[in-house]
Design a protein around this ligand. Structure first.
Ligand code: BGC
Length: 384
């Protein structure tokens, strides 16, 4: 039988717990998640990443882990092989193990609502990393890049490569009248970023599609038609092969391809090469864009095969994620620089957006080599 003393103590402890839980209200609650008095080494951050097949997520995961460990925190870093149930389970487990904060780069941004619910109930703050977590009010903060600008820059680089814009991205004096033929590729529809990239690109290309400077011979001009499920390289390569067979078998020439990520660009370039185009832009390879400044693509840009990519400094993104996590762990709030753009269907998630840069053959050295992101040897070999 429990004594009265224990019962009173029990009630007191329960009250104390309740108070702590309220103070540390996490996801959606707007409060910090950590116990400000706990030492960093007693706190763990769960970091959920989508896949190891894209170079960037390996760097993101590694950089976040290093940044948090440098501050003394313990890190539980998991990759989910682009499999939604695996990622759900990994996050469930992190919550069961009572991590103190979560940083999540989702596979499908809308598939984690029950995990986000559980995190909120446990007072664990959730930071969406690079990709927005949608359909839930239980997302505390979002660190990402200016994703609309990514699309704008991809389209601008395409227009520049086609000679429609000059090197200052103004209308070129000697712009071709066209029509020039392009095809459009988009990312995975369950990734909110894909829609921002697409919108930025389409808004930029639209005037030239409307006045006939650009044409899309396949007629596939919606994001649904252009999408690449799970951002898979083979899927993009196959779609390019089909487009070539179906729409470019006669005299129709392809001039450019809007491509939202480097691995897709390389799949598309392979399809174009197998079709006898190129090998270099000078020798007839269409203008192909990209994103992520992956080393293999920088090497192709250096060789004049891929036209452009978008550099998003994932070192800085990881730093922002670490800064946000640390704020919560210390019982504070991270500072957003955007509180309007990222409506996740339930709430507008306070966000921290970073700038992006267009990379071309004549500036990759300045942006990527001089800054120490890559060495010249890595660019030469196309490997890290
Ligand atoms: C990221 C891109 C990446 C793509 C595929 C997007 O959410 O923002 O940087 O290329 O996912 O992994």
């Amino acid at each position: 039988m429990r004594s009265t003393a224990t019962t009173i103590l029990g009630a007191g402890a329960a009250l104390a717990l309740l108070l702590t839980a309220c103070e540390g209200e996490g996801a959606g609650g707007g409060g910090g998640g950590g116990d400000a008095d706990a030492a960093p080494e007693d706190m763990t951050v769960g970091v959920a990443m989508p896949t190891q097949t894209y170079e960037r997520w390996l760097q993101d995961g590694g950089n976040i882990e290093e940044g948090l460990e440098d501050l003394g925190y313990t890190v539980d870093l998991q990759y989910a092989d682009d499999d939604i149930p695996t990622q759900s389970q990994q996050i469930d487990q992190m919550i069961t193990q009572e991590v103190d904060a979560l940083i999540v780069a989702s596979i499908d941004g809308s598939a984690l609502t029950s995990q986000l619910d559980a995190a909120a109930a446990a007072g664990i703050p959730v930071i969406a990393y690079d990709r927005l977590l949608t359909n839930s009010e239980d997302v505390d903060f979002y660190v990402t890049f200016d994703n609309y600008e990514v699309g704008v820059n991809q389209a601008r680089s395409l227009l520049y490569g086609l000679g429609i814009l000059d090197e200052n991205f103004d209308e070129a004096d000697d712009a071709p009248e066209g029509p020039l033929n392009i095809e459009l590729f988009a990312g995975s529809l369950d990734d909110s970023n894909s829609h921002h990239f697409w919108q930025g690109a389409i808004d930029t290309l639209e005037p030239y599609l409307e006045d006939g400077t650009l044409e899309i011979p396949s007629g596939q001009d919606t994001i649904q038609q252009a999408a690449t499920q799970r951002w898979e390289q083979e899927t993009a390569q196959e779609r390019m092969e089909n487009l070539l067979t179906t729409h470019y078998s006669g005299d129709t020439e392809l001039d450019g391809v809007l491509t939202p990520a480097d691995p897709l660009s390389r799949g598309i370039i392979t399809a174009l090469r197998n079709d006898g185009q190129g090998p270099t832009i000078e020798e007839g390879m269409p203008i192909v864009t990209g994103q992520d400044a992956e080393i293999a693509s920088i090497s192709l840009i250096e060789q004049g095969i891929q036209h452009s990519t978008i550099f998003k400094d994932t070192r800085l993104l990881a730093e922002e994620a670490v800064r946000a996590a640390e704020a919560y762990l210390q019982g504070e709030e991270p500072e957003p620089n955007d509180t309007e753009t990222y409506d996740n269907g339930e709430i507008v998630v306070p966000s921290y957006l970073l700038d992006v840069e267009m990379v071309l053959q004549d500036n990759y050295e300045e942006i990527l080599v001089d800054s120490g992101y890559y060495t010249e040897e890595q660019v030469e070999s196309g490997q890290l």
